[in-house]
Design a protein around this ligand. Sequence first.
Ligand code: NAP
Ligand code: COA
Length: 271
Amino acid sequence: MKYSLDFSDTAIFIMGGSSGINLGIAEAFAAHGANVAIASRSQDKVDAAVKILSAHGAKAIGFSADVRDVEAVKATLENAQKQFGTIDVLVSGAAGNFPASALDMSPNAFKSVVDIDLLGTFHVLQSAYPYLTKPGASLINISAPQALVPMELQIHVCAAKAGVDMITRGLAMEWGAAGIRVNSVVPGPIQGTEGMKRMAPTAELQEVVTNSLPLGRLGSPQDIANAVMFLASPLANFVTGAVIPVDGGFSLGGASVAGAAITHQFKQLKR
Ligand code: NAP
Ligand code: COA
């Protein structure tokens, strides 16, 4: 089957777009003609990502900002709007993760993940509101299987990402009247990413994770970008408040199997 997507004259802003899955999303939009703005903490990572995006022929800009700093987030979105006009597509994907049991986690460790993933998502979406195309903007939060499936060593991420999905649902209700759609994409384990390196650092664990997926393979950033492009396109004009797993079936049960193996291996390493 053939399909074509054209995001020319579309401005997309991706918070956390300087690496991994989010950079993959940025590249996909750049390759389909969009003007792409990204932001993350490290100016070096942002500069390197902007180079990659420009190589697709896109107009690409980048900013350094920490999602925990609401004033920095506001200034960044205002600057993006000044350069690109109103924002048609907004992706909120900045996140932090490390495996740690509740007893090995300081309150600040728990708080740092909640501040980045959950409070950060609130900062990004609320700060973006004045600059969104109304009607018509599509907002996509990048969630995680931990929002749907409880996992040991992950209570900080489980709590934060479940909260992100409830922000998705609540804002879909509050902002629907303004013609703004809000959805979550829940990636499964994605090959070659920082998230996978942290959760499955050994070849053995990567194999367990891969085998736990009904589709029998890890995902790619392009798999996630495809879902985000669908949500950003007119094909999804009646889709809002949806939390969509794009995970090869991981959240159907494999996540529990893989989670148990990950816990086992980290406990062995700790001994
Ligand atoms: P990654 O490469 O580490 O991407 C995280 C991005 O967020 C980077 O651009 C990082 O850049 C930025 N970031 C981190 N903390 C930030 C902060 N405080 N303020 C602003 N930006 C910040 O990780 P990834 O594995 O691709 O994950 C991307 C997203 O997918 C995350 O939302 C994650 O929860 C989700 N996810 C990943 C997987 C997976 O298999 N990898 C599975 C499910 C869900 P700086 O370091 O420059 O700030
Ligand atoms: N186990 C237990 N606690 C940990 C930890 C670990 N593996 N790693 C960090 N922490 C704790 C720190 O000790 C600190 O707590 P403390 O002040 O009580 O000592 C707290 O978490 C914050 O750590 P810090 O390094 O100061 O935070 P930061 O703001 O510089 O970084 C993180 C945030 C910790 C989330 C960092 O891992 C990060 O920047 N991650 C982004 C990339 C990423 O995680 N990508 C994958 C996305 S799925």
